[in-house]
Ligand binder design. Structure first.
Ligand SMILES: C[S@@+](CC[C@H](N)C(=O)[O-])C[C@H]1O[C@@H](n2cnc3c(N)ncnc32)[C@H](O)[C@@H]1O
Length: 430
């Protein structure tokens, strides 16, 4: 294993570094910690669109190969941008991705749908010609999409350019699959041509940044994106196995999985962190442009595991999850912030429902692999991964093993206790 070495990190801790592809038979003892260095984040369709807290592809690839066989059925109940599904496909496994977010399902579907090279390139040519002949007078004010604070988020020239591009995509004389691919390309530039901060998971305008968006930026960025992403899609389509199925059901939730008992051979997921990323808010501009949301995102927010949208009637009293270590932390949070205490409790309660649903749909001896980190709530360290283990056991899982995956971007000089420096990989066996 040439790419595996033992290193001491800057905090004096012993870590196994794996550079690139993770060997399927990598020795991994309980509690081992790994630093995986990814080279594949834009491999094939993986880099089509940003998504907060997405897997680096080598991780689900390794877990899928290690814990399943070709043609098995893999589930990701919090599928996000579909990294697990792309990897399942490339390893010739069938898969299902569940996510409450319509943008997630749309993006994931595009990432696993092969396209005919000739048709794709001909549609690309036609779009590029439209861009060369861009004429804003073809767009009326009525054509502009309507959504909250639109004119704060986007400069007027950009609104016209985006509307023109969207119109041209919809007018293409091609398949819906190809149109959807170009919609994802368009979506992938939205944040950069908006007035919002590009590097924040929340969609916010920071005046201090003085972000400069110029006329023609949308046209130019879209062109660049198409030129880099079409070849990736072509290569992906050439690698597409013929007899594999992938589904993203619309009517399911990680807490309500409508498949038959024992249907899946393996589940691999990374659930949201408690109270860390507000997914609907992160993607609000993309959702508005793609037509997945018009007004309020509250209903979708409420469906999210880890949501901050909770009603005050629930947090007047303290709730207990039944795991002493977790309840101790929840009690300390309750003393300073009852609302946050309830959010933390609800997260574990939602995850209990998820674990129990996945238990039901897994076959006997099948594994549920959950990649989950820690975070801080009102100054208290909230170690979700530790609390999930007794909950999983109570449901019937055996905790087969667990190991850590260091998060590279947190290897910066932040006081140790402030870092969310490790994601924990729990291997639960039915
Ligand atoms: C950490 S992300 C998953 C990222 C994914 N591993 C990837 O590589 O893109 C968590 C996802 O859980 C989804 N989610 C939150 N609550 C959910 C629920 N109740 N049911 C299904 N999905 C949910 C969010 O929309 C988000 O896409």
């Amino acid at each position: 294993m040439d790419n595996v070495t033992d290193i001491i990190n800057e905090f004096g801790e012993c870590v196994v570094q794996v550079d690139g592809e993770i060997p399927v038979d990598l020795p991994a003892k309980e509690g081992d910690r790994f630093l995986f260095i990814s080279h594949d984040q834009s491999f094939l369709t993986h880099g089509l669109h940003k998504y907060p807290a997405k897997f680096f592809p080598e991780l689900p690839r390794w877990l899928i190969k290690r814990y399943s066989q070709q043609h098995d059925r893999i589930l990701d109940p919090f599928t996000g941008s579909g990294t697990t599904n792309v990897e399942a496909l490339l390893s010739k496994r069938n898969s299902v991705g569940i996510d409450v977010d319509p943008f997630s399902r749309f993006l994931s579907k595009v990432k696993v749908t092969p396209l005919d090279e000739k048709d794709l390139k001909s549609a690309q040519k036609s779009l590029m010609e439209s861009i060369i002949n861009y004429d804003p007078s073809e767009i009326n004010e009525d054509d502009l999409p309507i959504f909250p604070y639109r004119d704060n988020w986007f400069n007027i020239e950009i609104l016209y350019e985006m509307t023109y591009l969207k119109k041209r995509i919809l007018q293409l004389d091609t398949t819906n699959e190809i149109k959807n691919f170009f919609k994802v390309c368009l979506s992938s530039i939205i944040r950069s041509v908006s007035n919002a901060d590009d590097n924040c998971t929340r969609t916010v305008i920071r005046k201090k940044l003085n972000k400069l968006v110029k006329p023609t930026d949308a046209l130019n960025r879209f062109t660049k994106t198409v030129l880099t992403k079409v070849p990736k899609m072509v290569e992906f389509s050439h690698n597409y196995p013929s007899d594999i199925s992938i589904d993203f059901p619309e009517d399911m939730d990680a807490r309500n999985i409508k498949y038959a008992e024992g249907y899946f051979d393996l589940a691999v997921t990374s659930p949201p962190y408690v109270n860390a990323v507000d997914y609907p808010r992160t993607h609000q501009l993309e959702m508005y442009w793609l037509g997945f949301a018009q007004e309020s995102l509250t209903a979708l927010k409420k469906q999210n595991v880890g949501t901050e949208s909770v009603s005050s009637r629930y947090y007047k009293t303290r709730h207990e999850i039944g795991v002493p270590e977790a309840d101790k932390v929840i009690t300390s949070i309750f003393e300073v912030d009852p609302r946050r205490a309830y959010i933390a409790y609800k997260y574990l309660d939602d995850m209990r429902q998820n674990l129990s649903e996945v238990y039901k749909v897994l076959r006997k001896d099948g594994r549920y692999i959950v990649v989950v980190g820690n975070n801080r709530i009102r100054g208290q360290l909230f170690e979700s991964w530790k609390y999930l283990m007794p909950i999983a056991e109570e449901i019937g899982f055996e905790v087969e093993t667990y190991f850590g995956s260091e998060i590279i971007k947190h290897f910066i000089k932040i006081p140790r206790e402030e870092r969310i420096n490790t994601d924990w990989i729990l291997v639960l066996k039915k």
